[in-house]
Structure formats: C-alpha cells, structure tokens
Design a protein around this ligand. Structure first.
Ligand code: PEP
Ligand code: MN
Length: 338
C-alpha cells in the first residue's frame, strides 16, 4: 500500500503515519517527491484497509499498489530516481557515461584506459577485479590488487569507480573501494547477495540476468530497495535468444518498458549486448535514442591483448568517436551528458 500525504503535510503528520505502520508490525518507506511525500508499506501479507490511514491528519489517500514490485514501481514514486555517486548523478536528465576495460589487468592498462575515457567525456570508470568467467581456466581477475588499482585511477582522474562484486564474502572489501557496486548478470538472482546490498547505503548497478524477464529483474531490484538501499540502477546487457550471430541480444525494448514501469535509472551495456566491437557503437547510439539514462562501454588501450572481452572492447579512439555521436543523439532526445 502507498500512503500519499497532502502537499503541505507536516513532519509530525508524516511521523505519525510511519509510527502507525510500525505499530502494525510493517515497514514504512517514506519517499520524498517533488509535490508531496508518499509512504510505501511493505511486509503486509494481505490487503490493508485504506481507512487505517485515510482518517489520519495530513493524509490525502491510501492506494493499493497493483505491481508485485512495489517500491521500485512508478506507481509508488512518479519522479525519476537520481543516484548520487559522490556528487556525480546517475539518472536524471544528464547521461551517465561509464567506460573502461572488462578486467583490471595492470597499472599501465588501467591508467591508460582511465585517462582516455575521461578525456572523451566519461565520468565513471568501469573495470572488474573479480571476474565471473565461463571457464575456470580463464583469467579470474586481480582481486584486491585490482581494486587498489581502481582506487589509484580514481585518485588520478576523478572518475567514479564501477566494479563488480560477485559474492557476500568479498562484499565488505569491494564496497570499500567501489563507488558503484556492479551486480553481474549471473548474480541477478543471488538473493543472499541482494539482501546484503540492501543493508548498505551505496549505489548498486544491477545487471539483467541473461534469461531474466523484466518482472524478475524488477523483483531483484525490489530485494535491495525493500531493505532500505534506494540507490539502485538497472543495466540492460543483452539476453539469451536463439540468435548465435551475436553474443547476446540487446533487448532495447526493455528501455522504454522499464522507464514506464520504474523510477530507477536504466543503463545500457552495448558491449556485452552485442559482443562485437564493430557493432558496439551502433547499439550504444540506439540505447541513447531509446531513452537510456546511461551507457557502460568496454574500452581497452589494446583490445587484441585483453585478458577478457577484447573482441567487444573499443579502442580509446573508437570510444572518443562514439562519444561525439552520443552527444548529438543525446541532444536530439533532450538529454545532456553528465
Ligand atoms: C562485465 O561487465 O564485464 C560482465 C561480466 O558483465 P555481465 O555480468 O553483464 O556479463
Ligand atoms: Mn566484460
């Protein structure tokens, strides 16, 4: 249920509603909006009577939320959520551009990539220190050494760090270094990890599972938000279909569909989405045209030498050209670049 307060409801009136929700053994989620505060309620097994709240001072109405994903739905919060990543917005009018190598490989590789993507206009540096590889014989990432290199690159460039956390065990360490915690596609429904992320107050980039429906993905986001971490962005990175000519099928349908269903920011990953360097730029442009709030793009100073995903990594020069094009498209759809 959603309790919508009157536009000028007092702090005391809001607190009284929160108190009544708690006294029923339920959880209150106050959601500030441009016009008024609303308070989401979770934890109820059946429906609640609207009169429980509608008789209280300052309350405009109490509405039943029809979607199973409650707190992340537009029904509950009409305004777009904008994540605050240490002063850099993720969401809202300005596009958030994240770029960097698939894996952190060395100091030279990472710093070269970081300086290049920053010069081209990115505000976020991506790079994995813990890599979920299909084969156990492939490069698994530099672990904490990689995180330290990301911190160094942040210090040198001012870029915010986006890096993947793969499990509950390494979460405390990864969150010490990361500005945005990336949850990989393979972990989208790792519910114990999602629950732990919900206890943090740190931005999360939740990638879509390769076979997850939009509803399952939003329910995964709900796991994090329902525990009080409202800083969640979604990342479309391609789904598995019958098509084998491309690595995945970037589901750009999901972008406008999500923008209608949820207030969370939506990021597009054209690199994993198509998996072919020659076509990454086309899908990045399409993502922005479709209404994405950001892009995450793999860029490597020497893709042919990359320890992971070289086949889909752009060179710094290619990324620079892509950014030029993205600026034009962003302008055409009324967006700026952060
Ligand atoms: C990555 O970002 O390098 C990655 C492993 O992505 P995904 O989880 O989407 O496969
Ligand atoms: Mn990758």
């Amino acid at each position: 249920m959603l309790v919508v307060m009157k536009p000028h409801a007092s702090e005391g009136e809001i607190a009284a509603v929160v108190e009544r929700i708690a006294s029923l053994g339920l959880t209150a989620h106050p959601i500030p909006g441009a016009q008024r505060v609303a308070i989401g309620i979770t934890g109820n097994k059946g429906g609640l009577e609207a009169e429980l709240f509608e008789t209280m001072p300052g309350v405009q109405e109490a509405l039943r939320v029809s979607q199973p994903f409650k707190l992340v739905s537009r029904e509950v919060k009409a305004d777009d959520t904008v994540l605050d990543v240490g002063g850099v917005p993720l969401g809202g009018n300005a596009l958030a551009i994240m770029a960097g190598p698939c894996s952190v490989e060395s100091r030279e590789q990472l710093l070269e990539a970081a300086h290049a993507v920053r010069a081209a206009g990115a505000r976020f540096l991506r790079g994995g220190a813990y890599k979920p590889r299909t084969s156990p014989y492939e490069f698994q990432g530099l672990a904490e050494e990689g995180l330290k290199l990301l911190a160094l690159a942040r210090e040198e460039t001012g870029l915010k760090v986006v890096t993947e956390v793969m499990d509950v065990e390494t979460l405390p360490m990864v969150s010490e270094y990361a500005d945005v915690l990336q949850i990989g596609a393979r972990n989208m429904q790792n519910f114990s990890l999602l629950k732990q992320l919900g206890e943090l107050r740190k931005p999360v980039l939740l990638k879509r599972g390769p076979s997850a429906t939009v509803k399952e993905w939003l329910m995964a986001a709900e796991y994090v938000v329902s525990r009080g971490n409202y800083q969640v962005a979604l990342c479309e990175r391609g789904i598995r279909t019958f098509e084998t000519m491309t690595r995945n099928t970037l589901d750009l349908n999901a972008v406008p569909v999500l923008k209608a269903l949820t207030h969370l920011p939506v990021v597009v990953d054209p690199s994993h989405g198509i998996g072919l360097r020659a076509h990454v730029a086309a899908m990045a442009r399409a993502g922005v045209a479709a209404g994405a709030d950001g892009l995450i793009v793999e860029v490597h100073p020497h893709p042919e030498k990359a320890l992971s995903d070289g086949q889909q990594s752009l060179t710094p020069r290619e990324f620079e050209e892509l950014m030029r094009q993205v600026r034009v498209i962003a302008g055409a759809v009324g967006r700026a670049i952060a």
